[in-house]
Design a protein around this ligand. Structure first.
Ligand code: FAD
Ligand code: MLT
Ligand code: ZN
Length: 471
């Protein structure tokens, strides 16, 4: 360790104390690799400030010394955004000690939290106050509100409640020079110029460190109805989605799709899971309705699915009669990420498309991928209700680094060209990070890239915030 690094660590220690520093390599291990175990880096130190004031002092020091900062929350991101490079010159700023629920305001229907609060704890705090915070995703037991904001996370209830951008009213941010922007306003209307909040949401640690947020709350759903359905085609599922929306309106909270291959992977790799239907279907959907009180939700879903079966839109369906059955279905859906990591090497695509274009996209993409003659399996699942597919391609676990790289280049071009042709997006909810940085440059127009780079320059002229990610 050189003298400058030693000096930096000593100065950081004087700000955050021993409890706020992780210096031993073995203790840094879980911070310097990502959840998918795809990216690995090295850092001078991991610094864990206890509050906004300490964060501001840490960032001010990094600004003065031109030290690059990688902000990290729960480290569950899927695009390598929270993993440092391997230079050893970067510092990880972990928000996990900033985990206070600052206030719950049931009259304003808002909650103010530290950015390091774990999503599940935010949900619990809302529930304890008789309210509901609806962001929900497989990593909710470890991801943080700051990470959810920085990636504009989506998850399983976006079709009803929107993504994180729609769930946040105000932010507190430490800017790259260490000043604190207090935008913690709990307002639903505020037309006073450019929306700075919206710039930080989805900025993936590149414009500042989010330290606090005001979140929207909703009424607790006390009634739920859950079903699993099997269909022959994605076109049928899209038609069923449209019918469900028309019939159930805002009661429809989740419409998740899994291909036969995705389901088979979970059944093979996740313990205590079993096939919901007697006969495997090419496409499956997990549908959930919810309401503040039970005004016949179950009957509504039963009638809807009965009609769909009569019309040969759906082959088979399983309607849950209790919470245990519903939890077993959700376990299958949420097991896909883990099952994929266990089964092979992944080339991940997190795409958004108009829902009406999805069936045709998948048919064309599958044909093109088959023609590549790779030893590849398509693991297609996702949030059909949002037009968001995780159109992943899995190649054998034994594939070498070079084989993965080569297949990634080939398949990214093929999939993302087709997505672009159909007016879609190459990242729906996981963000750009380091995974899609070159793809972003390839697909964004020069004008959009220029505007984004100018914003970056305006906020972070020393380019210390998460270099090498996003832009
Ligand atoms: P991290 O991984 O720590 O960081 C992610 C990015 O945000 C990085 O660029 C980092 O620099 C930045 N960042 C983190 N905190 C801050 C902060 N306070 N200020 C500024 N920048 C910050 N995502 C979905 O959208 N929908 C899903 O359904 C979904 N399901 C998932 C299921 C599993 C099993 C897993 C492992 C992940 C899933 N994700 C999903 C990925 C998702 O992006 C993350 O789980 C979550 O939003 C990231 O939060 P985090 O605290 O772990 O952030
Ligand atoms: C999901 O919807 O399960 C995710 O976003 C995670 C993944 O893509 O693995
Ligand atoms: Zn997802």
């Amino acid at each position: 360790m050189n003298e400058n690094t030693q000096q930096l660590i000593a100065q950081l220690r004087s700000i955050v104390g021993d409890a706020g520093l992780v210096t031993a390599a073995e203790e840094q291990a879980s911070y310097v690799k990502d959840w998918l175990n795809k990216w690995h880096g090295r850092v001078a130190v991991v610094v864990r400030p206890a509050d906004t004031a300490q964060t501001a002092e840490v960032v001010r020091l990094c600004h003065r010394t031109h030290t690059p900062i990688v902000t990290q929350g729960g480290n569950t991101g899927m695009s390598g955004g929270a993993t440092p490079d391997d230079s050893g010159a970067q510092v990880i700023l972990s928000t996990t000690r900033m985990n206070r629920i600052r206030a719950v305001d049931p009259i304003n229907n808002t909650m103010t939290v530290d950015a390091g609060v774990i999503l599940a704890h935010a949900q619990d705090a809302a529930r304890a106050a008789g309210r509901y915070f609806p962001l929900s995703l497989g990593a909710e037991g470890s991801c943080t509100i700051g990470g959810n904001l920085a990636t504009n996370a989506g998850g399983i209830a976006v079709l009803r409640f929107g993504n994180m951008r729609e769930l946040a009213l105000g932010l507190e941010v430490v800017l790259p020079d260490g000043r604190i922007w207090n935008g913690l306003r709990g307002l639903r209307k505020d037309n006073t110029g450019y929306d700075l909040r919206d710039l930080f949401i989805g900025s993936e640690g590149s414009l500042g460190v989010i330290t606090g947020a005001v979140l929207k709350l909703f009424s607790q759903p006390h009634a739920r109805a859950t079903a699993w359905v099997g269909c022959d085609s994605l076109a049928q599922l899209a038609e069923l989605l449209a019918r469900t929306r028309a019939r159930c309106g805002d009661r429809l909270v989740a419409f998740e799709m899994m291909s036969a291959a995705s389901l088979a992977l979970v059944l093979q790799h996740v313990t205590d899971t079993r096939a919901p239907l007697a006969q495997p279907a090419r496409y499956n959907a997990l549908i959930e309705l919810a309401d503040t009180e039970d005004l016949g939700l179950q009957a509504m879903l039963e009638e809807l699915l009965g009609q769909a079966m009569e019309d040969v839109l759906v082959n088979d369906a399983m309607l849950c009669t209790n919470g245990t059955q519903a939890a077993a279905l959700w376990k299958i859906r949420e097991g896909i990420s883990q099952a994929q990591v266990r089964a092979g090497k992944l080339i991940k695509h997190d795409i958004a498309l108009p829902i009406s274009a999805i069936a045709e996209f998948v048919e064309q993409a599958e044909r093109m991928i088959a023609a590549c003659e790779l030893q590849a399996e398509i693991i297609n699942f996702g949030h059909l209700g949002d037009g968001n597919l995780h159109f992943n391609v899995m190649i054998p676990l034994s594939s070498s680094y070079e084989e993965v790289q080569q297949a990634t280049l080939q398949l990214n071009r093929l999939v993302h060209d087709l997505v672009t042709e159909k007016q879609g997006s190459i990242s729906a909810e996981h963000g750009v990070g380091q995974l899609r940085r070159d793809e972003l440059r390839h697909y964004k127009s020069p004008l959009e890239m220029e505007l984004m780079l100018r914003i970056k320059q305006a906020f972070d002229p020393n380019l210390i915030m998460n270099p090498g990610k996003l832009l």
